[in-house]
Write a protein that binds this ligand. Structure first.
Ligand SMILES: Nc1ncnc2c1ncn2[C@@H]1O[C@H](COP(=O)(O)OP(=O)(O)OP(=O)(O)O)[C@@H](O)[C@H]1O
Length: 211
């Protein structure tokens, strides 16, 4: 690995393995995610993609292999504020509006330089829906409200589990645009998807899990 590359490693996995009741779910796998990388986590149904995501968010732990964040052991302390997760559950409070949900996120994780709730809601196509309770939004609009959170908070690493689900063609293009822009400003993302993923910029890295 070149020195410049190794200096930019955000996440590194060495022989990472996850077992449940002595059965290996996935691994051993090795990968390195650098600033500016988009990585696709690939594998069949049940191969462990969501499980790997949950490990990377800190919701699950494994003692098998090593996981490193910016050269330090991967813990809630070392990753605090640096990682944001968008999963099957969107993490939205349904009785609050999209704008109020963003205020909650901002209170917890802070705000990216130059970002503001109204601006990011406009970026994801929710202008005019800012103050609608989330429960009254369509599935795709809810997904967009969750995507707005990625733009508001300063996390450098995005973990996106099936980000294209429930999105129309425009929404898919939106996710691809957001990924391209995030990578261009030095962010990184790990993405699971059963659909085709395509975005501007370098070819994505691929992390392959076997069922
Ligand atoms: N809470 C759980 N308890 C027990 N086993 C589980 C649990 N969650 C997942 N598993 C099992 O772990 C394995 C990996 O599941 P996981 O959800 O990570 O796969 P995946 O690659 O994300 O699948 P899909 O493509 O279907 O979303 C599967 O065999 C699944 O049955």
């Amino acid at each position: 690995m070149r020195a410049a590359e190794s200096a930019n490693v955000l996440i590194e996995a060495r022989a990472l393995t996850y077992s449940r009741q002595d059965e290996v779910v996935f691994g051993p796998i090795d990968f390195a995610i650098h600033a500016g990388d988009i990585a696709l986590i690939e594998g069949d149904n049940g191969s462990g993609k969501t499980t790997l995501m949950r490990i990377l968010t800190g919701m699950l732990h494994t003692d098998e292999g090593e996981l490193i964040f910016e050269g330090a052991p991967y813990t809630r302390d070392t990753t605090a504020g640096a990682i944001v997760f968008l999963g099957h559950h969107l993490g939205l409070k349904l009785d609050l509006s999209a704008r109020e949900n963003l205020h909650v996120a901002e209170g917890l994780y802070g705000r990216r330089d130059g970002a503001d709730p109204l601006g990011v809601l406009t970026s994801v196509g929710l202008a005019g829906y800012e103050d609608e309770p989330v429960q009254r939004l369509s599935a795709g609009q809810k997904k967009r409200a969750a995507l707005a959170r990625l733009l508001l908070v300063p996390a450098r690493v995005w973990l996106l589990d099936e980000p294209y689900a429930n999105l129309d063609r425009d929404g898919i293009a939106l996710v691809n645009r957001l990924l391209g822009e995030h990578a261009a400003r030095g962010g990184a993302a790990l993405v699971t998807s059963h659909g085709a993923v395509s975005f501007a910029g370098d070819e994505p890295r691929r992390i392959r899990l076997h069922a």
